[in-house]
Design a protein around this ligand. Structure first.
Ligand code: ZN
Ligand code: ZN
Length: 394
């Protein structure tokens, strides 16, 4: 039944009117990227635009976060729509006229596009506010790339006063052509956990290993055995990844060092797999002492849970995008990447929409120094999210 709803021309016309301003804003933000929790200029632009639109807002939520509130014409639930604002420590190599002016920093994940898209949604929903049964909280979040901004905003009360009942998130998707949208049933992004393991040995001459205790061999043993967590312990129908991304130890050819440090990440889509992987890695680390005489210290940190789409919000959100833009939405496979919108989705029913941002003839990737998202993704994304908000608060 929702699929037969017609597109709303008022949304399409309004976005056409403001799209040039949105693209100019995006280029300004793109030229001035800021790292996690340092999004001062970006947050200033957001606050300025919300003021210009007459939308009540608060700055300094979760550090550099900004929260706007659009009251609907009639009472109803509160829908949060979240955009992330931070850039990455990457030297930009696009050669664009509006490329980063900050050496070593770049909006290579398209969060400049996200911030601008949500400002577009803000403009559209402000005009259409009398039609909303409920209210929309516009959540401009810092520090997604370090998976810390959502937690900081939640700690500062973003989910309260008024209490959030449901949430929409979104991300640009360069491997999906402009004009297409995507969704994943259930868990769409993985839980992200990380660990630091320090393995203690006893230093000595490399020619006399019997007089030393070798933490390098113990590290090699741990690295190999850690792969059995995925291969032999986690249920094979539950995806899991254990990657050791850093190995530090030793100085030269002929010295056995005192210690080796390993750093790794664990990604899982299911809570049971997450528990099993953590328990197994703890057991393997603890076992090094009995096996190889190398006591170890494991610091294991759970960062974010899997991002799980709520079936009803997903279904209504996808129906809204189809109603507005046509048969442009496809089901996708989950990814073992992570995103801290998961913390919102852990608290309230939520849905993350993927917005195609691929340009013809380019093979762009996120976090790449030459990434160029299609700017028309801003207008299309704003239309899709605005329609979803209107339909969720009907
Ligand atoms: Zn990213
Ligand atoms: Zn991102």
């Amino acid at each position: 039944m929702p699929d037969t709803m017609p597109p709303r021309n008022d949304i399409a016309e309004a976005i056409q009117r403001i799209e040039p301003e949105l693209i100019a804003l995006r280029r300004d933000i793109h030229a001035h990227p800021e790292l996690a929790f340092a999004e001062h200029r970006t947050a200033g632009i957001v606050a300025r635009e919300l003021t210009r639109l007459g939308i009540a807002h608060q700055s300094g939520i979760g550090g550099t976060g900004v929260v706007g509130l659009i009251e609907g014409g009639r009472p109803g639930p509160t829908l949060a729509i979240r955009a992330d604002m931070d850039a990455l420590p990457i030297e930009e190599r696009t050669g664009l006229p509006f490329a980063s002016t900050v050496p070593g920093l770049m909006h290579a994940c398209g969060h400049d596009v996200h911030t601008t898209t949500l400002l577009g949604v803000a403009a559209l929903l402000k005009e259409l506010a009398p039609q909303l049964n409920g209210r929309v909280k516009l959540v401009f979040q810092p520090a997604e790339e370090v998976l810390a901004g959502a937690a900081a905003m939640i700690k500062d009360g973003v989910m309260e006063a008024p209490e959030v009942d449901m949430a929409l998130g979104f991300h640009n998707q360069p491997d999906m052509p402009l004009g297409r949208f995507g969704f994943v049933h259930g868990a769409c992004l993985a839980a992200s956990d990380r660990f630091d393991l320090v393995i203690h040995g006893r230093s000595g001459h490399a020619a006399h290993p019997d007089k030393a205790i070798d933490p390098i061999v113990a590290a090699a043993h741990f690295i190999t055995t850690a792969q059995t967590v995925v291969a032999r312990e986690v249920n094979p129908i539950h995806p899991a990844v254990v990657t050791i991304g850093a190995v530090h130890g030793g100085t030269v050819h002929n010295i056995i060092p005192d210690e080796v440090t390993l750093r790794g990440t664990v990604r899982t889509l299911h809570p049971t797999a997450r528990d099993i992987a953590e328990a197994a890695l703890r057991r393997l680390a603890a076992g090094l002492e009995a096996e190889l005489r190398t006591p170890s210290r494991l610091a294991y940190e759970r960062l974010v849970p899997p991002l799980v789409n709520h079936p009803e919000i997903l279904e209504r959100g996808v129906a809204a995008v189809r109603a507005q833009l046509g048969e442009v939405v496809d089901a996708m496979d989950p990814s073992m990447g992570s995103e801290d919108f998961a913390l919102f989705a852990e608290r309230v029913p939520a849905f993350q929409l993927r917005i195609g941002s691929g340009q013809p003839g380019r093979q762009d990737r996120l976090h790449n120094s030459a990434y160029q998202p299609a700017e028309a993704a801003i207008g299309l994304g704003a239309q899709a999210l605005t329609r979803a908000a209107l339909d969720l608060l009907r």
